[in-house]
Design a protein around this ligand. Structure first.
Ligand SMILES: [Zn+2]
Length: 365
């Protein structure tokens, strides 16, 4: 018998309102958060996508202006094509000479390229402007000798997040020719930690977010489309330790923590929960207490926070809803009904289908 209190309603309209307010960061001038505009836009629009409220809560003119703004961030240059984090680094170019050759201030960014493609898919863009070949070249120029990837062709951070983005983009395009998959897989394997998760880099402490990046990458890898093959990248002893570590991260309060002996945080309900789902053992998650924890993280004026005592933000709102998509409760109020989610791309099923139909390289390209 469960001793959990009755689940309140999921405040769908209030959460949509929170993200709608934060969306004003996209085309307007909030200079202090300019560098993360693209990421904030993704979490806000992703929230509306999961709630099925994008058409109701945004106008077609707004969606069109966001699409146009996103395409303005696609830049071409010697290292290929990708998306930059925002327009703030663009040099003054009155005669638009920068259009075809980015400067060192205008370089595309690997994580933002993944984010932009997902956001454009949420906005149901037709992707006729996507420079697929240029993006494939860009991915290759971000890969290092040891198999890892940097955020920019000539540097930037290099950890499992960049590996995941390179794998996700390759799988969305259906073209793996830009990267050396075997080297990247070997790099991921070196990040496995004795605790049972993956660290951001080899010898790093196991973290929930990077464990998700590692597992999703291994299951996206082209020879890993069959579950048995993905398992061949993970030994049975590693798999055993992974499941044990991930399951132990679900705190008695119902939320997951991102590392050993830390407090529960709403975003790890997705990172750890999706990892268990990818491993095929989603039934090890206590769904009712997970939903109960996330219900308590709902802020009274909308949005979901990292824990019940904090303030909401689009990142935790989106990832909480994404976790709830993966662990639906059959007997909960109708307000908790959410679409299925593709755990490897972190996209709703309709958005993932849109990507399959519009982003993949066509055979005649
Ligand atoms: Zn968090």
């Amino acid at each position: 018998m469960s001793s959990l209190p009755p689940l309140p309603k999921l405040a769908r309209v209030a959460h949509a309102g929170h993200c709608n307010r934060c969306l004003s960061a996209l085309p307007s001038s909030h200079a202090h958060i300019d560098a993360s505009r693209l990421a904030i836009g993704f979490y806000c629009l992703g929230t509306l996508d999961l709630l099925g409220l994008i058409d109701e809560k945004t106008k077609e003119e707004e969606r069109q202006s966001w699409r146009e703004w996103l395409w303005q961030q696609q830049t071409r240059g010697v290292y290929g094509t990708g998306f930059k984090p925002s327009s703030y680094m663009t040099a003054e170019s009155p005669n638009d000479t920068m259009q075809d050759e980015y400067s060192k201030f205008d370089t595309p960014h690997l994580i933002m390229t993944y984010t932009a493609i997902l956001t454009l898919a949420i906005l149901r863009d037709d992707f006729t402007q996507l420079d697929r070949k240029g993006i494939i070249r860009f991915l290759g120029s971000c890969q290092r000798e040891d198999g890892s990837f940097t955020s920019f062709p000539e540097g930037g951070e290099a950890d499992l997040r960049q590996v995941y983005c390179a794998f996700a983009i390759s799988s969305m395009l259906g073209d793996w020719s830009g990267i050396k998959v075997d080297r990247a897989v070997a790099y991921i394997q070196r990040c496995f930690s004795h605790e049972g998760g993956y660290g951001q880099q080899p010898t790093g402490e196991a973290l929930g977010g990077t464990t998700y990046c590692a597992l999703a990458s291994l299951y996206l890898a082209p020879s890993a489309t069959v579950t048995e093959n993905a398992n061949s990248y993970i030994t049975s002893s590693e798999r055993h330790r992974l499941i044990r570590w991930l399951v132990q991260n679900q705190a008695p309060a119902g939320g997951f923590s991102g590392r050993t002996n830390k407090l529960a945080d709403a975003c790890y309900c997705f990172w750890c929960g999706a990892s268990l789902q990818i491993l095929g053992v989603g039934d090890t998650v206590d769904k009712a207490s997970l939903a109960s924890f996330l219900a308590r993280c709902q802020f009274k004026f909308g949005g979901i926070s990292k824990d019940p005592d904090d303030r909401p933000d689009p990142y935790h709102t989106y990832l909480s809803l994404a976790a709830l998509c993966l662990f639906p409760l059959e007997d909960a109020d109708v307000s908790w009904r959410l679409p299925r989610l593709d755990p490897l791309w972190n996209a709703s099923e309709p958005t993932a289908n849109w990507i399959r139909e519009h982003v993949s390289v066509s055979p005649c390209d």
